[in-house]
Write a protein that binds this ligand. Structure first.
Ligand code: GRF
Length: 219
């Protein structure tokens, strides 16, 4: 498979069957729910379906959402492995077992390692609650607010080894209100983020995509 930084073609919309998505979550899973809903409401016309959900922790709403939708789940907790590469290898194996066309990190709060990127680089998508390359990292909403920006938003992008750095697939803007706190701003960002993710994944699945350097093209 070509890496995300090379010119590459991926996803074969001509195959007819929906693209297979494996979604990774660590929390509430509202972005996962948006993908589940799109496939349920639009059927094969959406072009993609969630075939499995993975997590790095038990007892989260994201896993319960998958279970309610009848989607298989798996959990790999970092603390259950002797080393981080061992955890990464186990995660890679579980994702690969579901033969994904695309892997979506939707609020997955762990950095994956070399095995994972070797297997899924170029088809591993992340969603981030800020307009990258501004405010990468685990506190994108808080950092944007603290900086005093008037507009922030969300970014759907290919994940690379360096956090929040890969080619940008889609972005949505959200105005910051004077009385926003981290929670109110993040809630408004997430409303935009869910639509952005559903739209980007659907278009990539239906129409294919190509990456040239930092630019991603969906025909
Ligand atoms: C999203 O805003 C995502 O960008 C960030 O965490 C949030 C996850 O929300 N990394 P949910 O679990 O999909 O509700």
């Amino acid at each position: 498979m070509a890496s995300a930084s090379a010119a590459s073609e991926a996803a074969d919309p001509s195959a007819g069957s929906p693209a297979r998505l494996v979604v990774l979550v660590s929390g509430s899973g509202s972005n996962l729910q948006a993908l589940l809903d799109a496939a349920r409401e639009r059927g094969d016309a959406y072009g993609a379906k969630v075939v499995a959900v993975g997590a790095d922790r038990n007892d989260i709403e994201g896993l319960r959402r998958a279970e309610r939708a009848g989607v298989p789940t798996f959990v790999h907790r970092l603390r259950d492995y002797a080393t981080r590469p061992d955890w990464d290898a186990a995660l890679t194996e579980s994702v690969a077992a579901h033969r994904p066309d695309l892997v979506v990190s939707a609020g997955f709060m762990k950095i994956v390692g070399a095995s994972f990127m070797a297997a899924f680089g170029g088809r591993f998508i992340n969603t981030h609650p800020a307009l990258l390359p501004s405010f990468p990292g685990a506190h994108g909403v808080r950092d944007a607010l603290a900086h005093g920006v008037k507009v922030t938003g969300c970014t759907v992008h290919f994940a690379e080894a360096e956090v929040d750095s890969g080619p940008i697939i889609a972005q949505g803007a959200v105005a910051v209100h004077d009385d926003d706190d981290e929670d109110t701003l993040h809630q408004r960002i997430k409303e935009v983020e869910r639509g952005l993710l559903v739209d980007a994944v659907g278009r990539m699945a239906r129409d294919g995509y190509r990456t040239e350097g930092r630019k991603v093209y969906i025909p």
